[in-house]
Ligand binder design. Structure first.
Ligand SMILES: [Zn+2]
Length: 198
C-alpha cells in the first residue's frame, strides 16, 4: 500500500515498490532521492507514466465502432493531417514527439474525423517503435472501417537520438504504411501523399 498523501486528493495511489524503483533510478542517475526537491518525485513520475501509457487500458478499434452511412455519395479521400502526438520508445522509454497524417478511401461509410486521432493516441500512449505505431494505426483502420484504402504517414523526433546517443536535434524519422488501393494503385498513392504534403 502507498503511504503517499497525494492519494487522498483524488490522485491514484502509487505502490511503494514502484516508488522504490524510481528512487533507485534517481540514485543510479547520481542524485539523492531523499533531498527535499526529489521527495515527491517518485510518485509524480509513476503517475506521469500511467498517463503516458494510458493506451494499455483501451482498445483503439473501439473508436471506429460508430460509423455514418449517409455520406452523400462521397467516395474520395478523407484525410486528417498534422495530428500532433506523443509516444515513448520502447528501447529507452524516451519521448517520441511528432505528427501523423491518416487517410482512408471510404467504402460507403465514414467515421467522425476525431476518431482517427483517437486511434492514433490509443496506440501512441504505449511503449512503441515508430514503425509498429504506424502499422498498428493503419491496420486498425483497415480491419475495422473496411475502407478501400488506408495511408498513414508519421513523422517524429526521438529523444533517445536527439538528447543522447548521437545527439542530433532536428532530425525527424518518417514512416508510412499504405494499404488497399493506396498500395495497388500508384495514382491513388501519389494523390494521397500529395494531399499529405509528401
Ligand atoms: Zn529509443
Amino acid at each position: 500500500m502507498s503511504c503517499d498523501i497525494d492519494g487522498q486528493d483524488g490522485k491514484i495511489p502509487v505502490p511503494e515498490d514502484v516508488q522504490d524503483a524510481i528512487r533507485t533510478l534517481i540514485r543510479w542517475s547520481g542524485d539523492n532521492p531523499d533531498r527535499e526537491g526529489l521527495v515527491d518525485t517518485p510518485a509524480r513520475v509513476a503517475r506521469a507514466w500511467k498517463e503516458y501509457c494510458q493506451g494499455y487500458d483501451e482498445d483503439p478499434s473501439h473508436h471506429l465502432s460508430r460509423v455514418f452511412e449517409e455520406v452523400g455519395g462521397y467516395d474520395e479521400i478523407v484525410l486528417l493531417k498534422d495530428i500532433p502526438f506523443q509516444s515513448h520508445c520502447e528501447h529507452h522509454m524516451a519521448p517520441i514527439i511528432g505528427k501523423a497524417a491518416i487517410a482512408y478511401l471510404p467504402n460507403d461509410h465514414v467515421v467522425g474525423i476525431s476518431k482517427l486521432a483517437r486511434v492514433l493516441h490509443g496506440y501512441a500512449r504505449r511503449l512503441q517503435i515508430q514503425e509498429r505505431l504506424t502499422a498498428e494505426v493503419a491496420e486498425c483502420i483497415w480491419k475495422h472501417l473496411e475502407p478501400r484504402g488506408v495511408a498513414v504517414v508519421i513523422e517524429a523526433s526521438h529523444a533517445c537520438m536527439t538528447a543522447r546517443g548521437v545527439r542530433t536535434p532536428g532530425v525527424n524519422m518518417v514512416t508510412s504504411r499504405v494499404m488497399g488501393l493506396f498500395r495497388s494503385d500508384s495514382k491513388s498513392r501519389e494523390e494521397v501523399l500529395k494531399l499529405m504534403g509528401y
